[in-house]
Design a protein around this ligand. Structure first.
Ligand SMILES: Nc1ncnc2c1ncn2[C@@H]1O[C@H](COP(=O)(O)OP(=O)(O)OP(=O)(O)O)[C@@H](O)[C@H]1O
Ligand SMILES: [Mg+2]
Length: 298
């Protein structure tokens, strides 16, 4: 890996691992109105404890509005899939939840985004702590150019766990949780990049688990994987939902149906429909949803 690649990987990994950025991140401009925004009725309000709640979220890249009045209540310890055609704002919405869009010049958010009822865009929110609570897995597996062990130890070390024995216990626990331990236990000192694509993605998920997040965001985590590796990630998601709130963006309708409890359909920056996955794919409420899931556009 050359120096430029390394820097690029580190920039992304900084965010992934919820570490402070080298340069202070530009603060996302938040309209003063959001603090007093009237809660709007959400598109769907499942009768379950809610972990993440968006209330009338508008998001702008400069003059371009990428999200339009998105209101959604995402239940705790469930898997929520976000679907919709390319460019409809799925990634933008996901990145609002751990404030990764803060890194983009000229971007700003209106409305309110709550985790456990607390607005994460309030001035007193510690963004580094927020990114520890809200982990992220990307489309392309991105292990650091270091050993499997050091990949796994990176986050915990930054958060103050230094003793080898403590790290070993934590790393074994998280690799087991990510169904990867048996495949890597004898080669923890080998580079993470030597693993197969599917193993690398499970390593990235295991690495997120080491900092004990509450919410895990996954942006098309299987799009670069074959069906067998994809199925392993889906099994892993099902296992994780007992303890985490998982929000996954996917272009794969079968994946959304197989591996999620709730599904939200985005179209041109709007959340058109959000409901039980089983209902959305069988009896969608909106014609746009029906057209999309039946392959009539997108
Ligand atoms: N950094 C940016 N600056 C300006 N516009 C952006 C930026 N990122 C995304 N956009 C625009 O915002 C809109 C939503 O983009 P986003 O990446 O959220 O879509 P998406 O639903 O994730 O699409 P895909 O399925 O292709 O990943 C698009 O029109 C895109 O061009
Ligand atoms: Mg996207």
């Amino acid at each position: 890996m050359n120096e430029r690649d390394l820097l690029a990987a580190e920039a992304q990994d900084d965010a992934l691992l919820n570490t402070p950025l080298t340069e202070p991140a530009p603060q996302l401009a938040v309209e003063p109105a959001m603090a007093v925004a009237e809660p709007e009725l959400s598109e769907a309000a499942p009768e379950e404890p809610i972990k993440v709640s968006a209330k009338g979220v508008d998001f702008f890249y400069g003059a371009f509005q990428a999200l339009k009045s998105v209101s959604i209540d995402i239940p705790r310890n469930r898997i929520t899939a976000l679907i919709g055609p390319s460019g409809c704002g799925k990634t933008t919405f996901l990145r609002c939840i751990n404030r990764m869009n803060d890194l983009i010049d000229g971007a700003f958010l209106k409305g309110a985004l709550l985790i456990d009822g607390q607005n994460i865009y309030n001035k007193d929110v510690d963004v580094v702590h927020l990114r520890k609570r809200v982990g992220m897995v990307f489309q392309r597996p991105n292990p650091f150019p270091m050993s499997i062990f050091d990949n796994m130890a990176y986050g915990p070390r930054l958060h103050g766990i230094k003793k080898r024995a403590d790290l070993e216990i934590l790393i074994e626990k998280c690799l087991k949780r990510a169904f990867l331990w048996d495949e890597v236990k004898d080669k923890l000192n080998e580079p993470g990049t030597n693993l197969s694509g599917g193993q690398q993605q499970r390593l990235c998920i295991a690495r997120v688990l080491t900092v004990e997040p509450e919410v895990i965001l996954m942006d098309e985590p299987c799009s670069a994987l074959d069906p067998v590796a994809t199925s392993k990630i889906e099994d892993l998601m099902m296992e994780l939902r007992n303890d985490y709130t998982v929000i996954i963006v996917t272009h794969n309708m079968q994946q959304a149906q197989r591996a999620s409890d709730y599904t939200g359909f985005f179209l041109m920056g709007e959340l058109v429909e959000f409901q039980d996955t089983s209902n959305l794919f069988v009896v969608p409420k909106k014609k746009e949803t029906e057209d999309y899931i039946s392959g009539r556009f997108g």
